[in-house]
Write a protein that binds this ligand. Sequence first.
Ligand SMILES: Nc1ncnc2c1ncn2[C@@H]1O[C@H](COP(=O)(O)OP(=O)(O)OP(=O)(O)O)[C@@H](O)[C@H]1O
Ligand SMILES: [Mg+2]
Length: 245
Amino acid sequence: MANSKFFITSRCRTSAQVIALIGPNGAGKSTLFSVMARLQPLQSGQVSFAVDNEERDIASCHARTLSKTVAMLGQDNHVQGRLRVHELLMFGRYPYHQGQPTADDQQKVQEIIERFELAPLAERFLSTLSGGQRQRVLIAMIVCQDTPYLLLDEPLNNLDMYHAGRLMRELRELSHSQQKTVVIVLHDINQAAQFADTVVTMKEGQVMAVGQPAEVITQTTMKDLYNVDVTVLNHQSRPVIVDSL
Ligand SMILES: Nc1ncnc2c1ncn2[C@@H]1O[C@H](COP(=O)(O)OP(=O)(O)OP(=O)(O)O)[C@@H](O)[C@H]1O
Ligand SMILES: [Mg+2]
């Protein structure tokens, strides 16, 4: 992951934005996330996050500070236990309340329930939810952590067309209004094209390209990344890809 320092500090420091991380299966996207969130040790190099113009090196960062800096949704999630939705969301506040939720924590959870249209599910047990409903709740829990950096690994898995679009809009709004950097692994290139401020491509463990959607999502890049032939159209100044038959 030689490029990880470049990727995080050089490209994300200046402004909060939505970054789509794309690339073929096995490119190293989830691995990059797990080293960024300190779930796996780095063999070499450095990962740091810029917070209030200060660089936080995750290698020396206290666990509680890290949990207030970066929140991550993994690709495979198994939530267990007899928990209700609102209880799981409060769990996302743990770095702040340490087991004793305050009125501020309650308010934050309520705000996220409304933002992500989860009120009808709030009292339900997680075990009774559908796959897509569970995914929406897990994403909301990550957002409850209220960190300046969010890493979401394939968050659109199991989401229908309405909820996928709605989620991408909410994340973009959250990023721009609350100055958060949201990095999203996506396999749906058109979602990346439509909603990302920046697209990063990865292949064989390396960052290949970084740029605005129209710069990065081209016929040549798609062929190079995925070995597929596509036609790139333009819709509202953003690329849209369709299969070339
Ligand atoms: N703990 C590990 N030990 C050895 N190899 C691993 C480990 N974790 C991942 N890999 C390998 O590293 C490569 C990158 O895996 P990674 O999960 O990061 O890919 P990805 O880009 O997220 O792919 P996908 O789109 O399929 O989720 C793969 O070849 C994978 O098998
Ligand atoms: Mg992955």
